[in-house]
Design a protein around this ligand. Structure first.
Ligand code: ADX
Length: 192
């Protein structure tokens, strides 16, 4: 792991967070499309913002329209997608922010590599483990129907793998918990 604090100047990452009167960290939401990752990130952010915290959301749909617009959904491009967003999240944490990352991030080794970028205790993996059947039933973006018709190749959970986390900091099944109940669990897990 490289040290961003040295050559950049005398202001250390923890000084920047302290100036914001907060602990800086990353909450990494992973799970299938439609599992509820983005919804949870939005509500956790709102809670933290109302508590006076400085936050930022990095979301797959948003980042793929800009920073990662050159990337497809092949395995290699998904890995590059996650590598980039992990690096950006790390920069934002060093800037003193609480960063909420919401990507399918289907491969365990890429999530582990993301975790390794952060100081110990400042990365929380939240596995949004809503079952595929429920994600498909919701089909908010009508993508599962298209994937089943063969119109979207390599769709996660259909014909592209999702590797479930082995020991995430937290598991949330949004088919069993309300948004508010989920937010409370996440806030308790991150301890802020
Ligand atoms: S990741 O696999 O590289 O982490 P990411 O979170 O950025 O995925 O983007 C997922 C979103 O892209 C989904 O919620 C869905 O809206 C859209 N999408 C388009 N094609 C696919 C696909 N083949 N598999 C999964 N999601 C897709």
């Amino acid at each position: 792991m490289y040290d961003l604090s040295g050559p950049q100047g005398l202001v250390r990452p923890d000084y920047r967070a302290a100036r914001k009167k907060q602990r800086a960290f990353c909450v990494w939401f992973t799970g299938l499309s439609g599992a509820g990752k983005s919804t949870l990130a939005v509500h956790v952010e709102q809670f933290l913002h109302n508590q006076g915290r400085h936050t930022f959301i990095l979301d797959g749909d948003h980042v793929r329209a800009g920073l990662c617009r050159d990337l497809s959904f092949s395995e290699a491009d998904r890995r590059e997608n996650i590598r980039r967003v992990a690096e950006v999240a790390r920069l934002m944490v060093d800037a003193g922010l609480i960063v909420l990352v919401s990507f399918i991030s289907p491969f365990r080794r890429d999530r582990d590599a993301a975790r390794a970028l952060f100081p110990a205790g400042s990365f929380y993996e939240v596995f949004v483990e809503t079952p595929l059947a429920e994600c498909e039933r919701r089909d908010v973006k009508q993508l599962y129907a298209k994937a089943r018709q063969g119109l979207i190749p390599q769709f996660t959970g259909i014909d592209s793998p999702y590797e479930a986390p082995i020991s995430p900091e937290l598991r949330i099944d949004t088919s069993e918990l309300s948004i508010n109940e989920s937010v409370v669990q996440i806030i308790c897990a991150i301890g802020t």
